[in-house]
Design a protein around this ligand. Structure first.
Ligand SMILES: Nc1ncnc2c1ncn2[C@@H]1O[C@H](COP(=O)(O)OP(=O)(O)OP(=O)(O)O)[C@@H](O)[C@H]1O
Ligand SMILES: [Mg+2]
Length: 293
């Protein structure tokens, strides 16, 4: 354990204002992620805060993300969901002036430890963005590209097919693999981007509102892929769609800002059934029942 972490832990446990909050949240957390026999890893987050310059966007979030489960992140706009998500694969620090504090462990590896390579972390923790962003290359190359860059030595045709199948788009594109990815519909492009992320063979997939710009049919297809994806991967999804969170996720984290100008907090984290049927906190209930936000 490095001295900085020791210092951080001491600060956390000695600060009387923060201690009850952390303790209470942790008491409802699922137990730390365990290996499940597949290669998927869980993520343990302890006391994570995220900054843009001097502005604190997320404060002191702790959460255990279980392997081979879908974890949904919900909450009003601006409460730090995307920021938190980007901290899980070291994409946050790519923004000039942005930094994170606290501990994020992928399996048993501290991803912020000195010497930890952000490029390798991003291979292990892939990300799908809100807006589909295929490359102006063929459908095949869109999927193969990342794997090739990583020096993939297996059968590329097989990898491309497997990834497209897992993303539930193989049947729609199998006869047009040489055509441009840009020629697909928005929903197809998003599933192509999921396939592209899978082809790098990550352990965790982060999705930031992947279906927010899609029609109900495409949204349904993305949701259908979740059930399949979690058999192999750990999935974290940000969504503004309450029904979607309730349908597809096993665990749900509710982010919230109590007062204007405060940083976003992980307000409540629990099994999705509990969050949607009997949450501990009034704000969570108000939010999931559509009374605000
Ligand atoms: N690149 C940035 N530079 C400065 N501040 C930022 C940046 N990105 C986000 N923020 C601020 O950080 C806070 C959290 O933003 P974030 O995008 O994480 O919220 P969110 O919960 O994902 O919101 P939404 O639901 O609208 O996507 C907001 O106050 C936002 O204005
Ligand atoms: Mg966001």
């Amino acid at each position: 354990m490095d001295s900085e972490k020791t210092r951080k832990e001491r600060t956390l446990s000695e600060d009387p204002e923060r201690r009850p909050e952390v303790k209470r949240l942790q008491s409802r957390q699922p137990s730390p992620p365990v290996a499940t026999g597949s290669e998927a890893q869980g993520i343990t987050i302890e006391g994570l805060s995220a900054f843009y310059g001097s502005f604190k966007a997320v404060t002191d979030a702790s959460m255990n993300i279980q392997a081979n489960k879908v974890t949904a992140l919900i909450g009003p706009s601006g409460c730090g969901k995307s920021t938190f998500l980007r901290c899980l694969n070291r994409m946050h620090e790519v923004i000039p002036g942005a930094r994170a504090e606290g501990c994020v462990r992928l399996g048993d590896q501290d991803i912020y430890a000195k010497g930890s390579d952000p490029v390798k972390i991003r291979q292990r923790v892939g990300m799908v963005f809100q807006k589909p962003n295929p490359f102006s290359k063929s459908i095949y190359e869109n999927v193969a590209w990342g794997a090739r860059i990583n020096g993939y030595r297996g059968n590329m045709d097989e990898l491309v097919e497997r990834s497209l199948r897992q993303a539930a788009i193989w049947d729609e594109v199998k006869d047009r693999l040489k055509e441009s990815g840009m020629g697909l519909s928005g929903g197809q492009q998003q599933r192509l981007c999921i396939a592209r992320t899978l082809a790098v063979e990550p352990e965790v997939i982060l999705m930031d509102e992947p279906a927010s710009a899609l029609d109900p049919v495409s949204t349904q297809k993305i949701e259908d892929t979740m059930e399949e994806l979690k058999k192999r991967y750990t999935v974290v999804i940000v969504t503004h769609n309450m029904q979607q969170a309730a349908r597809i996720s096993d665990y749900t984290g509710f982010f919230y800002i109590e007062h204007m100008g405060d940083p976003g907090r992980l307000w409540e984290f629990d099994a999705t059934d509990k969050i949607f049927s009997n949450p501990e906190r009034k704000e969570t209930e108000d939010y999931v029942t559509g009374r605000f936000g």
